[in-house]
Design a protein around this ligand. Sequence first.
Ligand SMILES: *Cc1c(COP(=O)(O)O)cnc(C)c1O
Length: 406
Amino acid sequence: MDFESTAAGPTPEPSPAFLALKRFQPAGRGPWPGVPDADWNDWRWQLKHRVSTVEHLEKHLPTLTPEERAGAILAGQSKLAVGITPHFFSLIDPADEYCPIRWQVIPRLEETVRAPWEMNDPCGEDSHSPVPGLVHRYPDRVLFLVTDRCASYCRYCTRSRLVSNASGYDFHPEFDLQIGYIAAHPEIRDVLLSGGDPLLFNDEKLEYLLSRLRAIPHLEFIRIGTRIPIFLPQRITPELCSMLRQFHPLFISIHSNHPRELTTEVRDALGRLADAGIPLGNQSVLLRHVNDDPEVMKAHVHKLLMCRVRPYYLYQCDLIAGSAHLRASVREGLQVMEALRGHTTGYAVPQYVIDAPGGGGKVPINPEYILANEPGRIVIRNFEGRVFEYPDEGVPVEHPAGALQP
Ligand SMILES: *Cc1c(COP(=O)(O)O)cnc(C)c1O
């Protein structure tokens, strides 16, 4: 079996570039040098000053390319809006057209290119939606899309059909329909709040929603999926954290893709969430020019652990229309995974998944570690490519009658 082609071999020595990627730095002020701290650190100021038009982009990014300018003009007319918080914008390196921050949030002309296999709803969410705003794909848990707004818009968004008011999608601010469905389905033990970004709600609205959910006796577990700690760390106030901690067990999944996103402000915001007892996971999307490189990904997952965040999923980029220029191949994703497993802390290794096109859910994708699987034995190889045999006789164990009764 051909496994040598993907095996990463010995763990490389950390290079100076790798160590630089892991360094924590403050965001700086980018093109807003004179803004007083009180404004910059205020999440409402950040939202109000988002970069959202071609004129803003031209003003704040003198190196805007023709592809980006054309992309911004078209984004203004079509589905997914442009929106970039000053905090996140200030991380852009204006000298680098392929800056990993720039690549994620500044539209490009290539967004209008649509491959035949690309879709508007790549994960088939709309067809698994029993009531508007709920996706019930897995038996015991639901995805609850609570808003169509985000602090900034990722160009590869899998829900670009819904977010930024793209389609006049009917969001229900009272949530009665969705909460009624969850309350009427006792098999639902886990609700994942997403959108859009739930942490864009003010504290009162979020508290109302979480208390309505907590009043449902069969709900065991609540999660929030959010990119706010990355786009808008100022939103993670002590007041928000003390409100959230009333609703345990509550987990948060953040979305970070590149080590440069993990600034000192972001690290501190994540620390406040962790101090509120909220277990933190990260979901990354494998992206061309951003994190399709084993060294970048390894620095990123190390930095996430330093921020008390456990890498959870690495997503193969969904087949969203107009995303081909951002998509790395599955082969490259497997090489990234190969370079992590065994070569670094197990807690730092996310599960690589493909969200099955059309709506099959997340499917784990792993490098091949099983070289032969035969009756009585299994042949495996380790992270260095060394081969081992495990005798797998499978002798059935008989439990005495009643041994497994509670
Ligand atoms: C990702 C997802 C979930 C949560 O899946 P986990 O593997 O439990 O994190 C639930 N519902 C939908 C529709 C999803 O896409």
